[in-house]
Design a protein around this ligand. Sequence first.
Ligand code: ADP
Ligand code: MG
Length: 689
Amino acid sequence: MRPEELNPLFAEIDSLDGIGPKLKKPLERLGLERVRDVLYHLPERFVARRSVTDLDEALVGEQIVVALTPTEHRAPRNPGRGPYRVLAADAKGNICALTYFGRASYNAKKLLPVGEKRWVAGRLDQYGDMLQIVHPDHVAEDSAGAMGKMIEPIYRLAEGLTQPRVAAMVEQAFTRMPELSEWIEPGVYAREGWPAWAEALRLAHAGEAAKARDRLAYDELFANALALMLVRQSNKARKGQSLQGDGHLRDKLALPFPLTGAQKRSIAEITGDMAQASPMLRLLQGDVGAGKTVVALEAMLAAVEAGAQAALLAPTEILARQHFETLRKLAAPTGVAIELLTGRDKGRAREGILMGLVDGSVQIIVGTHAIFQASVSYRNLGLVVIDEQHRFGVSQRLMLTQKGKVTPHTLAMTATPIPRTLVLAQYGEMDVSRLDEMPPGRQPIDTRVIPLDRLADVVEGVARHIATGQQAYWVCPMVRDSESASDDLAAAEARYASLKERFGEDVVLVHGQLSSDEKDAAMGRFAAGEAKLLVATTVIEVGVDVPNSTLMVIEQAERFGLAQLHQLRGRVGRGSEKSVCLLLRSGELSQVGKQRLALMRESQDGFYLAEQDLELRGGGELLGTRQSGEDGFSIASLEQVQKFGEMANDDARLLVERDGGLDGPRGQAARTLLYLLERDWGVQMLRSG
Ligand code: ADP
Ligand code: MG
């Protein structure tokens, strides 16, 4: 149960004055649903304003506050087309245009009556030979209030929201702040010279207070580490089953290649864990193409040898199907019963598989999360393998292991070459095996950066490539952010349409908005070699395996992170033919963009690229510009993860060692923190553990 003192913070956002149904939508789009969320909606940046007595004193481009008197309103000739301008004079008679576009112009009429002096805050621009301020941040009758602040926070907005509106909301949220006891270890707290929690939030909204932001980041890292630690603790206390396979099935496997040293080592680590009575929690980390599937198969066979069932969970249907087919082929000589179950299976077939799981005749099941629905029960589920782990959050991971009377062993697999610092922060509850050695004989992928204005050449290159009988991928960016997602989709569809003119039936399109049937049909044609060119958004990022596809074109490559580019490129270079990756860049590149693409040309080592990616992003990153949540943190920046991650982990471990039930005074405070930062799944572990 959430501590009562937090209730005011978890009240709905519309409990704040002035927030009605109309504002709720845009607020939701920003992820702001409760009072708490408003407090943690930290400014993206700050502007420092200068108060000037007249415009002669100001520089173009500068953020200023100045007193102006409107002299004339100029509406656009055609309503709705062109801006609405209010001409206004400063104390010396200099004229400046206050310019409004779209709906904002309705406000201008009311805010700026002709002949009445107003204080205006905004960025001074030049338009032709006229000075102007576009969409002033503030217009007020006197210079008090928001105008008085010379350092002003700038918040991320959604349509329908303004800076003053959000600032007022934040101000009001502060009146709901409860007093909370300190959860940070006193020694750490004193050494770092951090402000208390409430003070830190205040400072973080008021200016670029580095210490305040560090403290808030540390809170998040500590909460995360603590919750993971509690999972680990409760897992150790749980009843699992010792699975010791005798090897009779694994001996029958006739793999077409010898295992690499890294594969052998990982298999030994995994089967070693599975032989223990306490449930395994292990992460298998291995670059694309490192050969995780066979490792998973060996582990699953070991479970079956010991009389248990094994399940493999994939994040998408495409991947589930592919795994199913690969495993069925590889495991054929063992005679083990493998089935596939996805959300699409209905009726008799589904019933049959469900029966097989209950009576144990299905020994290995592959599927999407359909295999963990409440209606699915197992005779004796001993091992759960989760592929592409990063697609699932910790709480989902936990749900999976709750199946069955005894907790199954869990093996998570990821191709995301997560740097060590982030492994700790994201998978702290797990032990890690690393496939740090590629199967022999892989050819390096020839990687080139090409400007978009050579598109025609690239298309002809694709045509020549296809003419040799090989296949190709063409990837268009698809960002998750809902604002630009529809533009991206339109761009992908437009590219598909133009490529279709050139290639006709040889080209297929796959993106996330298609139904599973449509996706499967397109993927099916491509995998069977009927289609030669697959145009896709980043849905193909993980797992897709078509060795005959040896050319990868990535459009707007500058928009992707290094790790993602690497994942995409990993789709080619899987067969014996030489593979090529063309990174199409549009327009001029930023310094970081240039470095990124250069690194891609230079290296094919996922772990190296991931470390470099972290460095590039960590260094050049502005407050709040990061896609929140991509690395599991919404407050802490990558730099802060690197700086404080280990400390937070040590602190969390110490606390759990001293007070595993979080019952003491500091334990209680830490519990409150877990609720505050929504790591309450950690607290749930206390109860069930
Ligand atoms: P990933 O780690 O990306 O899941 P896969 O398991 O799909 O990689 O393996 C990629 C390819 O490498 C597959 O075609 C697989 O058969 C092959 N492979 C796996 N292990 C070895 C090995 N030890 N030697 C040679 N090829 C291997
Ligand atoms: Mg794989």
